[in-house]
Design a protein around this ligand. Structure first.
Ligand SMILES: [Zn+2]
Length: 311
């Protein structure tokens, strides 16, 4: 068994305005890091165009049509102060959906042990009816619903360690009893949601806010003693991960002060959970992470652990 890496050149054609932190260079830095000899064993696959049927499980037809129509012929369309579209954004967003759903297909078919989907724009802030926080489609929630509806699974876990709360994932999965969604995030911080009292219609959502400057030790304690046991006792059949790397101490957008090694530790613990419950089946996707060097190092370590655990 091995680890698949899904990406596509179209994801470089989603261009935000100058000075925006969610830049093309992020994906280039990741590609450069994963081109090192240590990653030669990755099963590299092109992310296909995602099916509208997949997106429709999370977003209305009207929402999809609105996003499609918003892509400009040149320059930018500003959807909100943070979120914009360039001429290539529509195709890039579809590659994100297709990368995620294909990675779920490959892992569930046993073609690969686990997968990392390196795409942009990210997805976890996109709500059912609202693009937000650099995100257009709710990629990881779409992947969860694909696993439930297209593959007939009945328990899918979604874990989110991006420094920002995954409000979009929470919104899409709020009434979905066949998922457990857990998120750790800095609070207070954008988008402002993610308090412990937000638990979902079936108490299937776990939010763990972390105070600014709390560092890797606090994160490890919360994941080891709260989040992971809560997911493990439910015995998920597949583990999905919203992997944001903006909790890194070097990140310009937040202040949780995690070290690169903390992402390696957490990836190991997530793989332990998957080993215990579902034969090690993990599909992880890129969300945030805005210091290019820290991002490249942290993604490199995350994928290295996935490969080690997928052997
Ligand atoms: Zn983030």
């Amino acid at each position: 068994m091995t680890t698949a890496l899904y990406s596509h050149p179209d994801c470089l054609e989603h261009v935000n305005p100058p000075g925006h932190p969610e830049q093309v260079a992020r994906l280039k830095a990741i590609a450069a890091a994963l081109a090192a000899p240590g990653f030669a064993a990755l099963d590299r696959r092109e992310a296909p165009i995602g099916a509208e049927e997949s997106i429709r499980r999370a977003h209305s037809r009207q929402y999809i049509d609105t996003i499609r129509a918003a892509a400009p012929e040149k320059g930018w369309t500003q959807l909100d102060p943070d979120t914009s579209m360039s001429p290539g954004s529509w195709d890039a967003a579809l590659r994100g959906v297709g990368g995620l759903t294909s990675a779920v297909d490959a892992v569930l078919a046993g073609e690969v042990q686990n997968a990392f989907v390196a795409v942009r724009p990210p997805g976890h802030h996109a709500e059912r009816a609202q693009p937000m926080g650099f995100c257009l489609f709710s990629n990881i929630a779409i992947a969860a619903l694909h696993a439930l509806e297209a593959h007939g699974l009945s328990r899918v876990a979604v874990l989110d360690f991006d420094v920002h709360h995954g409000n979009g994932t929470q919104d899409v999965l709020w009434n979905e009893s066949r998922t457990r969604f857990a998120s750790s995030h800095q609070m207070p911080l954008f988008p402002g949601t993610g308090g412990r009292h937000e638990k979902g219609a079936y108490l299937q959502i776990r939010n763990v806010p972390l105070p600014e400057g709390s560092g890797g030790a606090k994160m490890r304690d919360e994941w080891e003693n709260d989040i992971l046991p809560w997911v493990r006792e439910w015995e998920p059949e597949l583990v999905l991960v919203s992997a944001g790397f903006d909790a890194h101490r070097a990140d310009p957008l937040a202040g949780l002060h995690w070290q690169t090694e903390d992402f390696g530790w957490l990836t190991h613990r997530i793989c332990d959970l998957a080993d215990d419950c579902c034969g090690g089946r993990v599909v992880s996707t890129l969300e945030g992470g805005y210091d290019l060097e820290a991002l490249a190092d942290s993604v490199g370590l995350h994928v290295e652990v996935l490969m080690e655990r997928g052997e």
